[in-house]
Design a protein around this ligand. Structure first.
Ligand code: NAD
Length: 290
């Protein structure tokens, strides 16, 4: 396929490289100077998309996505797929999809989980919103860039799935960290705490697969001085998107709001920026009940 790829940052660059390595013709555009193996770089977004059967965007936020979409939608071939893999607000995803649809394009929102490691290894999970026709066209590309794709329904539903998942993740990580800090103060050994909880009803991905306590459970960023991993500021971005969406549809999400408030404090007022999101545990360790 001819693929246009816009936004070749930490995630986009390895995704584009994997598509090129699989034999696709990938033309890339980014506002900063980047070199990606196998990808021909051009100097405008419109040039990157003119001949593309599928255009992939991997951009920082919804405003940038809207601005890029306004440039590329008129330049794309009728019937081409516009596949946005960025994590953005549901409203922006749906607005861009409506514009693309009106222009005779096939829009998909397909945010990912799996991080930079998953992007490099081609093991991302895609959560996809859009039509069956668009999904079927993009499926071979999901197979190259990822290990799993789930078609979640109409446009915007990929983003909805992503922020609901990550709201659970933020809440369970905080719950796991505060429980470890409580266990410490109660004199419970961390290994014993892990052995019990990981096989009891308090288990979760945060405890079992990404344990925030160093030296306990499987290897995780806690074993590497809380180097990310999944940075606290990216967790905060997704939690804010979850609360923006909750506000828009009048959903009551008190724990999602609490998690957002805690990560805001951690990232903006404390030393959380640049640390893995599981560094909530050393934060709780040093605190007392207020
Ligand atoms: P990044 O900042 O490394 O990459 C974004 C790229 O977009 C940059 O290279 C930037 O120069 C480019 N860009 C910005 N404005 C542009 C424009 N107008 N035209 C063309 N290019 C433009 O970010 P990232 O870590 O690659 O993340 C990309 C998206 O993936 C984000 O929405 C993020 O939330 C999501 N995501 C990231 C991770 C992760 O672990 N990094 C995991 C899952 C999802």
């Amino acid at each position: 396929m001819n693929i246009g790829f816009i936004g070749l940052g930490n995630m986009g660059a390895p995704m584009a490289a994997n598509l090129a390595a699989a034999g696709h013709n990938v033309v890339g555009f980014d506002t900063v100077d980047v070199t990606v193996e196998g990808v021909s770089m051009v100097t405008s977004a419109a040039d990157a998309v003119a001949d593309a059967d599928v255009v992939i965007t991997m951009l920082p936020n919804g405003d940038i996505l809207r601005a890029v979409a306004a440039q590329i939608i008129p330049a794309m071939k009728t019937g081409a797929v516009l596949l946005d893999c960025s994590t953005v607000d549901v409203e922006s995803a749906r607005a861009v999809a409506a514009d693309a649809d009106a222009a005779g394009l096939l829009p998909l929102d397909a945010p990912v989980s799996g991080g930079i490691g998953g992007a490099s290894a081609g093991t991302l999970t895609f959560m996809v919103g859009g039509s069956d026709t668009a999904y079927d066209t993009a499926l071979p590309l999901f197979d190259i860039m990822g290990q799993k794709a789930v078609h979640c329904g109409a446009s915007g539903n990929g983003q909805a799935a992503k922020i609901c998942n990550n709201m659970i993740l933020g809440v369970t990580m905080i719950a796991t960290c505060e429980a470890f800090a409580l266990a410490d103060k109660l004199g419970l050994d961390r290994q014993a705490m892990f052995d019990v909880v990981s096989t009891s009803s308090g288990y979760s991905w945060s405890m079992n697969a990404y344990c925030p306590a160093p030296g306990v459970g499987p290897q995780s960023p806690a074993d590497n001085s809380y180097q990310p991993g999944f940075a606290a500021e990216l967790m905060l971005k997704d939690l804010r998107l979850s609360q923006q969406a909750a506000q828009a549809v009048d959903a009551d999400t008190p724990l999602g709001q609490s998690a957002t408030d805690l990560y805001t404090t951690f990232v903006e007022d404390e030393d959380g920026k640049g640390k893995d999101f599981s560094a909530m545990l050393p934060r709780f360790e040093t605190r007392r009940r207020t």
